[in-house]
Design a protein around this ligand. Structure first.
Ligand SMILES: C[S@@+](CC[C@H](N)C(=O)[O-])C[C@H]1O[C@@H](n2cnc3c(N)ncnc32)[C@H](O)[C@@H]1O
Length: 207
């Protein structure tokens, strides 16, 4: 990473809550959302006055705490993960951050089982950070869930520099590449791929 990329990545300092959550992520072997991405999530949630957000991939709660920090004070984060242990760690991060329990709806399950149960057009932000091989399906669900003006945000869009390299054809890389193209080519969305962390694909649903 260049020095400017490193400077940008750590430009916004992290709270003690997030630092502690990162320690728990390391113990659990969970790849928490990076520092620059966490700052961007707070910014993006605040930019649309988000009250209702869906997250696929709760992890240890770094991204959840960051989204909630930008959401309205009555906003509710619905967050999905298959690993109950990760969600226990996330609950702790939410409590440490002083987030009222009623502001988080943690659903233990597979993203592709849970997302179809959520209401069309009811969400201000959908944040994708679950199973890379399921990214194309998450994108399709996200477009359905977003209100006009809502934001689709997808972490890991570079897949560790593999997406940009056409010789990389493993299943996860192909899925992330396909998901990115689907967002870019969807005429109901306006997309921008931000070089933050491992690539943060953002798109706003046209009004
Ligand atoms: C990259 S981590 C998410 C990190 C999280 N955003 C954070 O900041 O702590 C990916 C998460 O997706 C979860 N996951 C993997 N496959 C999943 C699936 N099919 N449905 C829902 N969650 C899944 C993993 O258990 C893991 O917690």
């Amino acid at each position: 990473m260049t020095s400017s990329r490193t400077y940008a990545e750590f430009f916004v300092p992290e709270s003690e809550t997030v630092v502690a959550a990162r320690d728990r992520a390391a113990q659990l072997g969970c790849a928490a959302t990076g520092s620059g991405t966490a700052a961007a999530l707070t910014f993006l949630a605040a930019s649309v006055n988000a009250r209702a957000v869906v997250e696929i991939g709760t992890g240890v709660g770094v991204s959840g705490v960051s989204l909630l920090a930008g959401m309205t004070p009555d906003g509710i984060l619905t967050t999905i993960d298959i690993e109950a242990e990760h969600q226990r760690a996330a609950r702790r991060a939410f409590a440490d951050a002083g987030i009222a329990p009623g502001r988080t709806r943690l659903i233990n399950g597979r993203g592709l089982d849970v997302l179809p149960r959520l209401t069309d057009g009811a969400y201000d932000v959908v944040f994708i950070d679950g199973d890379r091989s399921e990214y194309p399906q998450y994108v399709a669900e996200a477009v359905r869930l977003l209100r006009p003006g809502g934001l689709l945000v997808m972490d890991g869009a570079f897949a560790g520099d593999r997406v940009a390299d056409p010789t990389q054809r493993d299943a996860d890389t192909v899925a992330v590449r396909d998901a990115g193209r689907a967002v870019r080519d969807d005429e109901t969305l306006v997309a921008a791929l931000l070089p933050v962390g491992d690539g943060l694909l953002t798109a706003v649903r046209r009004g």
